[in-house]
Design a protein around this ligand. Sequence first.
Ligand code: HEM
Length: 440
Amino acid sequence: MTSHGTLVAEPVEYEVMDLKGGETRLDPVIRNNPFPFYRALRERDPVYYDPGLDLYLVTRYADAVQVLGDNDTFSLEHGYQDRYGNGFIEEFAAILDRDGGGFIRDLAIDPPAHTRLRRLIEKAFTAHRVKTLEPRIRPNVVDLLEPLAERGSGDGKRDIGGPLTARIICEQLGFDWDEVGSDKVNIWTKAVLDQIGRMQTRDAMLENARVMCELQNFIIRYIDDRQANPREDMISDIVHARLADDDNPSLSRQEQIATIRGFLIAGNDTTAAAIANVLFVLATRPGLADGLYPEVDNDRVMNRFVEEVLRLYPPVHGLFRTAMKDVELSGTLVPAGSQLCVLYASANDDDAKFEDPRRLDIERPNVGANVTFGSGIHKCVGMALARMEIKLVAREFIRRFDNIRLTVPQSELTFLPTLASQTFERLPLTFTRRQTTGAA
Ligand code: HEM
């Protein structure tokens, strides 16, 4: 790490991939390190038709923001629903209808249906409410990290990010954590995310359908209970919510299930992946954790550090839209009906927006301009909660540990096979308890 009065970590350089034509984001080599591919596309073919995925990859920052800001031309609802299930939608839906309380679409919808639901879900995640959660969540973080200090090792995704985020969202919703546990949440999450991940095989679909039935039946049990016995939790809020919509003032049962399922899934793997990414950055940039240690209680520094990691390694690499009419983007004609994948990870790496983009620089003047949480009307509703969880883990981890290292070569780290998210399958780490006594 170099220091010019600010916390700056040397850039991780990526080469520009040599494009020969016909490349696809599905290629395992690209999947495990997509940045050279993204950079080549931004420079040479910024709205690229990916033949493996049959969609256009939107790679530049300006194009990404334009697409996300124009909901009439670029439909989110179609972007998600038209390819839901990766070709197995009818069979999948039939299993859910038979065994799982119904086939219920995700909350990925366009206005005006979106506007109605969004007002409701925003109430659950205001910055003020999240602030009041922070003192309650910190002990969970400490409880999780302390046993690892004895071992001196742990997996950043499976032992830290995964269990923590699963527990927090379950407790917020009102699920009994002892009944659920992090393994079950991981299995549920994968079954739901596979439906939009574009890589699901038929065998995987059958297993995912079984798991999704289990999840929905579990949610329905809680809805029924909170209907009769409301408590101080999100499920009760959702079940008893009254919307500012005179014709349709409460959520249907299907909307209730979709909302609860959406919160559980959207808030879990994404935040767990972001936590693992923070730990990955600390493990692979020597000196960074020690540089941050004196500032560990400084919210400004920690928030900016987290934001830079979110920009450099966004857990959601790309999400989908459908062009509702012919449209030209950076010189490429995208025909009506085409699918687009807006690559947040590539937009965040665009040097037209971020100077020296691969450099981690917490004093970057536009540190918050990343599109890691999206942009426009669908911008992540849980981002205040996610940022707070990530900051707490970064803080308590740096406070406790130094000599943070990967136990395998970086080239051996692999990612889950899904286009939407970029999630480490495992992140094995070692570390030692800090001996230093000082500011922290
Ligand atoms: C680091 C963690 C997270 C990341 C990177 C992330 C990313 C995103 C992105 C990119 C979108 C926009 C989707 C689109 O435009 O197609 C989104 C939407 C959403 N996120 Fe998150 N998210 C995170 C955490 C959370 C949490 C903690 C929750 C809730 C518990 C949550 C709930 C949602 C919901 C409900 C939406 C849909 C909003 C809408 O369509 O109006 N997310 N998120």
